[in-house]
Design a protein around this ligand. Structure first.
Ligand code: F6R
Length: 604
């Protein structure tokens, strides 16, 4: 979604802003722009379309001898089409106030109507533009800070904004339910919706809290604009490393990230073993917890479904899995002995974050998260980090297998704390997990075969993915991967449910992908494979190397090595990721940035 990057100071701003915006590119955008304030006044530039950051920033100075203020933005359209007028920065009537915004202003229509009656002229279709006009209204009577404060208190919704006014030497950044980080490097200041954008220059960061604003000039002042009390300004050193966002020898980030999975599982497992199993300070709630609720969206929600299977079977603790977007609005019944765990790669997904905030009022909240310093990291009582490194491809791949690794180890840990399994049994489980990276490598070594199979999907409009037990969430994930990157409509179903409707769709034109590995559901799913075959369906089956039965019936097979059923999903998901990738590639799709999608969904 939208990205914000601002800089106040001296330096090669062409390079600083270009790199900053490029780091935020992963969030997805369809236009970009900047406003530069210097002695010669306010200069605004905008570009429409993806991949325009280099072109946009080429008009910025490279000679860094003057102190400059610049705010820049990548926009992912929500209110209004992808046009020059709707791109940010947005300006007021007098073109003296420039503002960039991430989030959604829910009451913008009412504000716009009343401002129009007062004579303000709007040129965009955005919700953002009301903020600039509101500030313009108040700036006639108040100081800049006060005018911004007054405007912000009228807004409903979520927002991160950065604003400049030609008559003030300062830049104001403010947020509510949307992240903003301020970085300091000597006399230079940065502001960004993701600290990653300036990590190359400084690790000294302040994360703005809800309803706070930072007034940045030669220093930074943190002020509340809502009910919060003024807080001490404390820059913290963050331990994040500026992630390498390079494709290396791979043509796309998605492929690179699929191939990184063996390493990611290894480092995530090592980290969780150290932090959870070997640390002496496990949160007390783990011993006492009576119910766990896993919340997430999209792929992270699929990880949650598998978490439910793992945790219930191993520890006996009841688990519920909820879409964060539903959970947050249904006033869930929670008690002190419940534990809500948010699962999120980015740590910024608006619905998951809101669900976490809602839950925190009533019980303990944990997060399984890939981004240290993210909003979820900061508000959770305890965080289990996935060590996937920056995930740039919009379709989540390595973050998913990292989440499964965490959930599996967490389930084992809980089982130990609940005295359900012995250390000896845990050791056997961990050993099996340690064998997974090598088995993943074996599957990746067969990518050419999977690429050949993807040929079959080319002219198809629909696909069905079927699995049972631990492989049902993988069927959902396989279908999601295919549809989001190749735009082929795909459905994931529990295989036995097929008879209750989807079987009507089966014909030669619709590939049916069965995940038919040898786990406790194997005999049952065999029956479902036969049913599809009997109706003339075209079957692509994921089977174990040793399989004899399904191989005889399926039209195409993808073999995967054997392992325990708990962690088999770590293996079976890989061919499905590759299948989606190669299909999308052959159909000429933009695999790393599929249409209409954003990497980090920071609005509802
Ligand atoms: C699918 C995908 C999305 C995300 C979802 C949640 O490939 O990437 O479905 O999983 O938007 O994002 P996070 O995990 O960042 O909360």
């Amino acid at each position: 979604m939208c990205g914000i990057f601002g800089f106040i100071g001296k330096g090669n701003i062409q390079d600083i802003v270009r790199k900053g915006l490029q780091t935020l590119e992963y969030r997805g955008y369809d236009s970009c722009g900047y406003a530069l304030l210097s002695d010669s006044g306010l200069k605004v530039e905008k570009k429409i379309g993806k991949g325009k950051i280099e072109e946009l920033t080429s008009s910025l100075p490279i000679n860094g001898s003057h102190r400059l203020r610049i705010i820049s933005h990548t926009r992912w359209a929500t209110h209004g089409r992808v046009t020059q007028e709707n791109a940010h920065p947005q300006l007021d009537c007098a073109r003296e106030i420039a503002l960039v915004h991430n989030g959604i202003i829910e009451n913008y229509k009412a504000i716009k109507e009343s401002l129009e009656q007062e004579g303000h002229r709007f040129i965009s279709e955005t919700d953002t533009e009301v903020i600039t006009h509101l500030i313009e209204k108040y700036i006639k009577r108040y100081e800049f800070e006060e005018a911004v404060k007054k405007a912000l208190t009228e807004l409903r919704g979520s927002f991160a904004v950065v604003v400049m006014w030609v008559n003030a030497g300062k830049v104001i950044a403010a947020c509510k339910h949307s992240p903003l980080a301020i970085g300091i490097a000597g006399d230079n200041f940065f502001v960004a919706s993701d600290a990653m954008a300036f990590l190359k220059y400084t690790k000294k960061v302040i994360f703005l809290e809800d309803e706070e604003m930072a007034v940045i000039d030669r220093g930074v002042d943190i002020l509340p604009f809502g009910k919060n009390r003024k807080r001490e300004k404390v820059f913290q050193e963050i331990s994040m490393e500026p992630g390498k966002i390079e494709k290396g020898d791979f043509p796309h980030f998605m492929l690179k990230e699929i191939f990184e999975q063996p390493t990611v599982v290894k480092s995530t497992a090592r980290h969780i073993l150290n932090s959870l199993f070997f640390a002496n300070t496990p949160p007390r709630i783990i011993k006492e917890v009576e119910r766990i609720i896993l919340v997430g969206c999209g792929t992270s929600w699929h990880a949650g479904l598998l978490g439910e299977y793992m945790i219930e079977e191993l520890s006996g603790v009841p688990v519920e899995v909820e879409y964060a977007s539903e959970f947050r609005y249904r006033n869930p019944v929670l008690s002190e002995r419940d534990l809500v765990i948010a699962i999120s790669q980015s740590g910024e997904t608006a619905d998951t974050l809101a669900a976490l905030r809602e839950a925190k009022k009533k019980c303990n909240v944990f997060a399984i998260c890939n981004v240290p310093g993210s909003s979820m990291d900061r508000i959770s009582d305890y965080v289990l980090y996935t060590k996937a490194g920056p995930e740039i491809g919009v379709a989540s791949t390595k973050a998913f297998t990292a989440q499964l690794t965490v959930l599996y180890l967490f389930a084992l840990y809980l089982a130990r704390e609940k005295e359900r399994i012995s250390q000896q049994v845990i050791d056997i489980h961990i050993k099996e997990l340690q064998n997974i990276p090598a088995k993943m490598e074996m599957i990746l070594g067969r990518s050419k075969e999977i690429e050949n199979i993807s040929q079959y999907f080319l002219g198809k409009n629909n696909a069905l993915y079927l699995g049972r037990g631990f492989q049902f969430p993988i069927a959902l994930e396989g279908a999601l991967k295919l549809k989001e990157v190749s735009y082929i409509h795909a459905e994931g179903y529990p295989a036995a449910e097929m008879k209750h409707g989807p079987i009507a769709l089966v014909d030669q034109e619709m590939p049916v992908v069965f995940i038919a590995v040898q786990d406790s559901s194997y005999q049952k799913i065999m029956g479902n494979v036969e049913e599809v075959k009997a109706r003339g369906g075209f079957i692509i089956a994921l089977v174990n190397d040793e399989d004899r039965e399904v191989k005889k019936i399926a039209d195409m097979v993808i073999p995967v090595p054997e392992t325990s059923q708990y962690i088999m999903p770590l293996l079976t998901v890989i061919p499905l990721q590759l299948l989606a990738y190669y299909t999308a590639l052959k159909r000429g799709c933009d695999v790393d940035k599929p249409r209409n999608l954003a990497k980090s969904v920071t609005v509802e």
